[in-house]
Design a protein around this ligand. Sequence first.
Ligand SMILES: [Zn+2]
Length: 168
Amino acid sequence: MRRGRPPRLRRVGFIPQVTYFKPAGIPLRILDEVHLSVEEAEAVRLKDLEGLEQEQCAEKMNISRPTFQRVLGSARQKVADALLHGKAIRIEGGNFQPALQRFRCFEGHEWEASFEEMVAGPPPVCPECRSVNAIPVHPPGFGFGRGGWGRHRGGRWQRLIWFFLYQS
Ligand SMILES: [Zn+2]
């Protein structure tokens, strides 16, 4: 099997804290579920909640307009399917990274770096003590090994994390 290039990560400005929606009165064992990725939820948030133009949405997520349209279409289709067919919605995973990432140095100082800084720049340096021994701090509920932090294997983000965790 040929291995393709890892998909480009989508920038996400908001990670929902409530990630499971279930219709009332349907027993879990017969409940169907649709699976919305975090970037699909973000597409709906930007377009339908914030009311931005597709162009702006695509720009905010760091993807092309046709890609945004595809992500949005897929998200709306799933939400409609869940609403009209009484299915649960689970939001998790996907190919994304947060627009802002918090870092913590080994002295316990915390600060935030932007998506652009993380992708382009050198490893983050603590603004307080200038230490380069910093690790990313994940938002609540999105720790390692739970599948909630997106599929980052092979991506730049994954390499950044390994770099921060395993540099001496
Ligand atoms: Zn520090």
